[in-house]
Design a binder for this molecule. Structure first.
Ligand code: ZN
Length: 276
C-alpha cells in the first residue's frame, strides 16, 4: 500500500506553506512535497527551525523539494544560478530531514532539437555534478522525465538509461502519471516495471483531460479518477517494483487555483486514496 502525499503545486497560487502544512495534516496526508518558491516566501517570516519543529510535532513529514529545472545544456551564468538554487534546496533538505529533491530536464520552446545521445551524455554529467554537491547534505536526487516533446528527456525508458549510467545510490527516478501518459498515452507500462526498487524514489499521482498529445498540457491535470489516464495500471506497476512511499498529488489546474485551498486539499485526499 502506498502513502498519501501532497505536492504544493496543486494550490500554489491560492495557498502558502503555512496553510498547506495545516490542511495536509488535517486531511490525513502522510507526506508533503514543498515548493522552493513557496519556501522562500515562507522563510521571509519564519525560520527553518520552526519548519523542522512543525514536522517533529506532527504526523505529516517532508518528502521531496520541487524542483530544480532546466538542468541540461546550461551556459555558465545559468549553471551558476542553478547551483545556487540547488544548494539552497540541499540546505533546507538537511535542516528538515527532507529526503529528496526533484530534478527536471531542460525544456525548449519548440520540440527538443538535441539527439538522444547528446541528451544522455549531458544528463549523466549534470546529475553526477549535482550529486557531488548534494552528498554532504545527505539528500538524494529524483530525476523526473517530462512527457511532452519540448522536454529533452521525455520517457521513462530514456530516464532509466540515464539513471543506470549514473549508477549512484543517491540518484533515482520519479514516475509521474501525466508525464508517463504524455509520452505515448501510457503504451510502455513495462518501462515502469523495469525500474529497480532502489532507484524508484518518487511517485506523482494525477489524471488529465482527454486531449490529443501535443495539445495536452500540465494545466490539464485533474483530480485522479476524473480523466483519461489508467492510474490503476500505473499504481500497480509502481507497487510491483516494490515502491511503498507516497503517491503525491501534483496538479497545475487553474480552476483549482480559483477554489478554496481547503476544498482542493480535501478533495485531493479523497480522490488519491482510491489508488493507494
Ligand atoms: Zn511530477
Amino acid at each position: 500500500m502506498l502513502k498519501l502525499g501532497y505536492n504544493e503545486a496543486t494550490t500554489k497560487e491560492n495557498s502558502s506553506v503555512e496553510q498547506d502544512l495545516i490542511l495536509c495534516e488535517k486531511y490525513g496526508y502522510d507526506y508533503i512535497e514543498l515548493r522552493l518558491d513557496m519556501l522562500k516566501k515562507y522563510l521571509g517570516s519564519h525560520s527553518l527551525t520552526e519548519l523542522r519543529d512543525f514536522f517533529d510535532s506532527h504526523h505529516l513529514k517532508p518528502f521531496a523539494l520541487n524542483s530544480i529545472e532546466q538542468i541540461n545544456f546550461q551556459d555558465e551564468k545559468g549553471w551558476n544560478e542553478l547551483v545556487k538554487l540547488f544548494t539552497f534546496a540541499c540546505e533546507v533538505a538537511e535542516a528538515i530531514s527532507n529526503p529528496y529533491i526533484i530534478v527536471v530536464p531542460t525544456m525548449t520552446d519548440t520540440y527538443n532539437q538535441k539527439n538522444e545521445q547528446e541528451v544522455f551524455e549531458d544528463t549523466v554529467e549534470v546529475l553526477i555534478q549535482l550529486s557531488d554537491i548534494a552528498r554532504p547534505y545527505g539528500v538524494k536526487l529524483s530525476f523526473e522525465p517530462i512527457g511532452d516533446k519540448r522536454w529533452c528527456c521525455n520517457s521513462q525508458r530514456q530516464a532509466l538509461e540515464i539513471i543506470n549510467a549514473v549508477d549512484r545510490d543517491d540518484v533515482g527516478i520519479t514516475v509521474d502519471c501525466i508525464n508517463f501518459y504524455m509520452h505515448d498515452k501510457g503504451a510502455d507500462i513495462a518501462s515502469i516495471r523495469k525500474i529497480p526498487k532502489e532507484k524508484l524514489f518518487v511517485y506523482h499521482i494525477n489524471d488529465c483531460d482527454d486531449l490529443p498529445l501535443g495539445v495536452l498540457d500540465h494545466s490539464d491535470r485533474i483530480m485522479p479518477g476524473l480523466g483519461a489516464i489508467d492510474i490503476p495500471a500505473i499504481s500497480a506497476a509502481v507497487k510491483e517494483v516494490g515502491y511503498d512511499g507516497p503517491a503525491c498529488l501534483e496538479l497545475f489546474r487553474p480552476e483549482y487555483y480559483q477554489m478554496d485551498p481547503e476544498e482542493v486539499i480535501r478533495l485531493g485526499a479523497e480522490a488519491s486514496r482510491k489508488y493507494l
